[in-house]
Design a protein around this ligand. Structure first.
Ligand code: SF4
Ligand code: SF4
Ligand code: SF4
Length: 316
């Protein structure tokens, strides 16, 4: 089920990217076919959304440049708080790419297990990057600087710049992306586990989630199959409750466990066992509820005139 949801979400993201490409072509005059901008494309702008979040907290203003981006960002954080890193486990297309790369690595039998002090050392960069972004946005930038960035031509054209990064990739960027993908074959979820600051943020929030995987020590036969299946490199077989920031709630450990009921998704507050699909279903539901609420309250589409955006695209 996880593969299917990830595949569907990745196809959706490709469709969104294609629709945005058509929109951009129409906007810059390369096409006569008018296409509306898909708001979901703003979900790929988490740094812009972080600045918008500060604006929301400090000034009570909901970003009108990338309102869908802020909506998705808030939805994903709420998701992490309620049902762990379901976004990483099921919805993010980069997670799906790493899932596929991991399957290739397993198929060719060349998986490198990163453990102990080396793992700890490799986990540091994503937290350093996250700390840098949080300190810069929340402590170093003034409200005026945040406003100036949000209303800058750069931010207005951020999705188009992101698209150009992939469609017109520099050789340096191609080498870096290629290296990350190759490393993802041998080191499971290389980018997600060791480099992604977005995943680091969601992992920290998820530690407060009531939902977690629990292991019944009395039932465990210490076969270690859960460890091998875990994309987060977590030693599931020695923990009672898996509340690691690396747990994406994929439930692959439950799937791999040969003992019925040994591992389960549990509400840590009430200690009630939950259905194994609650993280996936909860994540999708929260995303849809936020989308519907944003659409209904006009917090999804930007009210700025298209002519203004066209002018910025032409400048770009
Ligand atoms: S860690 Fe980052 S790239 Fe990986 S699935 Fe999570 S958000 Fe996506
Ligand atoms: S502990 Fe289980 S649910 Fe969490 S990441 Fe590992 S396999 Fe997935
Ligand atoms: S797969 Fe199940 S039985 Fe085997 S070590 Fe993990 S929790 Fe214990």
């Amino acid at each position: 089920m996880r593969d299917s949801i990830q595949f569907a979400m990745t196809m959706f993201c490709i469709w969104v990217g294609y629709r945005f490409y058509l929109f951009y072509q129409w906007m810059i005059g390369n096409s006569d076919i008018a296409v509306s901008k898909p708001g979901a494309v703003e979900g790929f702008l988490p740094i812009s959304a972080l600045l918008s979040l500060k604006q929301l907290f400090t000034q009570g203003i909901f970003d009108e440049v990338h309102p869908a981006g802020l909506t998705i960002f808030i939805a994903v954080m709420v998701m992490s708080l309620i049902v762990r890193k379901g976004f990483c486990g099921y919805l993010c297309p980069v997670g799906f790419i790493h899932n596929l790369l991991n399957k290739i690595g397993r198929r060719i039998g060349k998986i490198v297990t990163v453990k102990g002090k080396i793992e700890l050392g490799m986990l540091i960069p994503k937290y350093v990057a996250l700390t840098f972004f949080l300190i810069t946005v929340f402590f170093k930038m003034s409200g005026r600087e945040v406003d100036a960035f949000i209303h800058s031509p750069y931010n207005f054209t951020a999705e188009a710049r992101m698209m150009q990064f992939f469609t017109d990739m520099s050789s340096t960027a191609a080498i870096v992306v290629g290296a990350i993908l190759i490393l993802g074959i041998f080191i499971p979820y290389f980018w997600c586990r060791f480099l992604c600051p977005y995943g680091a943020l969601l992992g920290i929030i998820a530690k407060a989630s009531p939902v977690a995987i629990k292991r019944d020590e009395d039932k465990c036969i210490a076969c270690g199959k859960c460890n091998k299946a875990c994309p987060g490199g977590i030693e599931v077989d020695i923990k009672q409750t898996i509340n690691s920031a690396e747990c994406v709630g994929c439930t692959q450990c439950i799937n791999a466990c040969p003992v019925d009921g040994c591992l389960s998704v549990t509400d840590r507050l009430s200690r009630i066992k939950l259905p194994w699909y609650v993280i996936a279903a909860g994540s999708l539901l929260i995303l849809l509820v936020y989308y519907a609420a944003a659409k209904f309250t006009n917090h999804w589409d930007s009210p700025y005139p298209l002519e203004m955006l066209r002018k910025y695209y032409m400048m770009m």
